[in-house]
Ligand binder design. Structure first.
Ligand code: C2E
Ligand code: MG
Ligand code: MG
Length: 686
């Protein structure tokens, strides 16, 4: 006790100013002392307490009656201690730790009772928070672990033990590294984590754990360091999210998007990606890469004789062999039905590509055991090399494909590098008179049909016949690749004759089947537009029994303008037969309006070039509008070609166009798809 202080004085000061509420009562429960905290709490001054009986000080509510009861107990020598949580009369909730105890004198004689109440609101709130945190800890689906400053596990939650399959005891006091296998490069993932946590407050990333049963569990992990008030690291908290499901889902999506279902090989999309990556790498290293295009020989025949199921098995067997031969660096992808593309991402020398090609051919020459059958399938290969044979991936693939076709032509079961003149040769090849003639003999030409629609009624009011060359090696060849050659060589005459004949026959067949009663439109080239056309048309109608008004001939505007007088005569003869006449590609030539009036035509076809940009280009819109009103003035029908979307269609409807044709309705379709189109169209538009 310091000099000059009396214990009484010190206690008095302490009681007066402590934050705890203190009141002292004598043995008759008359208040003898009250401190500031108690006055403040009741919002009364000292005079309202001193000399008053406890029953008048405490109000008769539940909490204060309890205090009064406790005071009475204290007078019989009992200490009462309890906590309450109550409304504060100034608002809000507060918690109190209340103590009421007897006050004895030095001899043990009872003097009175001491009431003290401590505000423990903050403590209660903290406890509540801790309780909630504990609940979260127990029930969250995220794995949680708390490590000590020594990086050893101190606490884990149930989700953590479920995730890893270990019991709590098996994890405690271990370092988390124990559950994390090293990466392929020998590094322990946690090394990076600890390193990061030296400088940062937290770390996030993927860590793959090994479960007790050996399975790997990928997780997304957040790790936070926890310091104490002095700033020393006390704990590390780790939160683990199980990524297994997500990864499985991602794998599935990737499989669907990037892999071929039948063979499991990368598809075109993934191949494109890989080629782009390889090209970028090659550029940095000044190296080369090779594309090997492989097409199985006569696979269609095999498929047709053996059936699709065995065909599929064969494709799978082939893809297995290709993977084996190509090695792990290469990408073997399925490119088409029986086409594969192999990417060699890094070669020093084209010889490496030819070595692979040899290996592929050898590997395929070993017969496959498929079901009960022993099958051998050969392949034709073409190779292109980057950067020599092209600077973009489409070009490279195309060139490898061209080389493959050259291999086929030279007798199959072999390979060939792309050379510059191959491209030229492949197109030249198509254009050779001889080949056109052969194609005609072998009936390699077919007609596709594109429907024409009445804008108002949505009825199908015609079909345009469009020729295709179904080439055994080049696939479907469009007319712009061979029509001009056919015209130059004069082969357009037999070809055109076949077209009219075939179109009339087809239309008659549709009529007999009750499918369609509308004219069939046939394109007539300038070379055909002579005297022969009349006899040819007459013959076709006679041979097929089609009525003349079910046939429409399309002549281009420029054909008509070549020799105006001749054209008028020619058209007159055809018109006289009852055939409909349309002017194709209208707007691209320089029509003489004076003559146009004298042509006995029925219809103008607004050229596709005006329709493409009709919404964006005001000039195109103006021309289309002018052609449509011109047609109206001349009392001609008008049809717009190449309508590809609803917006164009609406715009043309507003301009007063009668009819349309284009991909928006249907692409040109092979004859056998027309019945389905017609039923579909009818159900959609009635
Ligand atoms: P065309 O008579 O003007 O035929 C319209 C062309 O536009 C067709 O091309 C058709 O497929 C295409 N087309 C139709 N709608 C759309 C569309 O919405 N978008 C796009 N992008 N294109 C569309 P195709 O079949 O390649 O024919 C090209 C040209 O070859 C024809 O132009 C025609 O002049 C000529 N041709 C086609 N078949 C024959 C034929 O049997 N004999 C003659 N002499 N020429 C033919
Ligand atoms: Mg046409
Ligand atoms: Mg046209």
């Amino acid at each position: 006790m310091p000099d000059g202080y009396s214990i009484h004085g010190l206690l008095d000061a302490l009681f007066r100013h402590t934050g705890e509420q203190v009141m002292v009562f004598d043995h008759e429960l008359i208040c003898r002392f009250v401190n500031k905290a108690a006055c403040d709490y009741k919002a009364l001054s000292e005079e309202n307490f001193l000399g008053y009986h406890a029953s008048t000080i405490f109000s008769p509510d539940r909490y204060e009656t309890a205090i009064y009861g406790a005071l009475q107990k204290a007078l019989s020598g009992e200490t009462v201690h309890y906590r309450i949580w109550r409304e504060h009369h100034l608002g809000g909730q507060c918690g109190f730790d209340v103590r009421v105890e007897p006050v004895p004198d030095r001899t043990g004689q009872l003097l009175g009772a001491l009431f003290s109440a401590r505000d423990i609101s903050e403590q209660i709130k903290a406890e509540e928070r801790a309780r909630l945190a504990m609940m979260m800890f127990e029930h969250t689906t995220e794995g949680l672990m708390m490590l000590g400053a020594d990086q050893r596990i101190q606490v884990v939650n149930p989700a953590f033990t479920t995730l890893l399959g270990y019991s709590v005891d098996e994890t405690l006091r271990n370092q988390p590294e124990m559950f994390v296998p090293s990466l392929a490069n020998g590094e322990q993932p946690y090394t990076e984590v600890w390193h990061a946590l030296e400088y940062n407050h937290s770390w996030q990333g993927e860590i793959t754990y090994r479960r007790r049963d050996g399975r790997q569990v990928p997780t997304w992990q957040t790790m936070v360091r926890v310091r104490d008030a002095a700033g020393d690291i006390k704990h590390y908290l780790a939160i683990l999210n199980d990524l297994t499901e997500r990864q499985r889902f991602e794998d599935q999506v990737e499989q669907l998007v990037y892999y071929d279902i039948l063979t499991g090989l990368p598809n075109r999309a993934l191949l494109s990606d890989r080629i782009s990556q390889a090209m970028a790498r090659t550029e940095r290293r000044n190296g080369q890469l090779a594309i090997v295009f492989l097409d199985l020989d006569r696979f269609k025949a095999i498929n047709n004789t053996l059936g699709n199921a065995l065909g599929d098995q064969l494709l799978r067997a082939v893809s297995d062999r290709l993977k084996q031969v190509a090695g792990s660096e290469a990408t073997v992808s399925r490119y088409g039905a029986d086409q594969f593309v192999i990417l060699l991402p890094q070669i020093n020398n084209p010889d490496q590509a030819s070595a692979l090609a040899h290996h592929v051919l050898d590997a395929l020459n070993v017969p496959h055991e498929i079901g009960e059958q022993t099958l051998t399938v050969t392949a034709s290969l073409g190779i292109s090399v980057y950067p020599d044979d092209g600077d973009n991936r489409e070009g490279l693939i195309q060139h490898a494909e061209t080389a493959m076709h050259a291999t086929k032509k030279a007798g199959r079961n072999n390979f060939r590098f792309y050379t510059q003149d191959m491209n030229q040769r492949s197109t030249e090849f198509l254009l050779l008179e001889n080949n056109l003639r052969k194609g005609l003999q072998k009936q390699e030409f077919v007609l596709y049909y594109q429907p024409q629609i009445d804008l108002k009624t949505r009825a199908v009011i015609g079909m345009e016949a469009l020729i295709r060359w179904q080439h055994p090696e080049f696939g479907i060849v469009p007319p712009n690749r061979f029509i001009s050659a056919a015209e130059e060589t004069g082969l357009i005459m037999p070809l055109g004759k076949w077209v009219i004949q075939e179109a009339c026959k087809q239309n008659k067949a549709w009529q007999q089947a009750g499918l369609l009663f509308a004219p069939i439109a046939v394109n007539v080239s300038a070379r055909q537009f002579g005297e022969q056309l009349e006899s040819l048309t007459r013959e076709a109608l006679q041979n097929t029994g089609l009525d003349a008004h079910w046939l429409e001939l399309e002549v281009t505007e420029s054909t008509l303008m070549e020799d105006l007088n001749e054209a008028i005569l020619m058209l007159g003869t055809l018109k006289h037969m009852g055939v409909h006449l349309a002017v194709d590609d209208f707007g691209t030539g320089y029509s003489s309006l004076a003559y146009l009036k004298r042509f006995p035509i029925d219809k103008l076809k607004v050229d596709r070039s005006f329709i493409i940009d009709i919404l964006e280009d005001p000039d195109d819109a103006a021309i289309a509008g002018a052609v449509i009103s011109l047609a109206k003035n001349l009392r001609l029908k008008v049809i717009a070609e190449g309508v590809e979307n609803a917006a164009q269609l609406d715009f043309l409807a507003e301009l007063g166009c009668d009819e349309i044709q284009g991909y928006w309705i249907a692409k040109p379709l092979p004859a056998d798809q027309i019945p389905l189109f017609l039923t579909d169209w009818c159900t959609r538009n009635t």
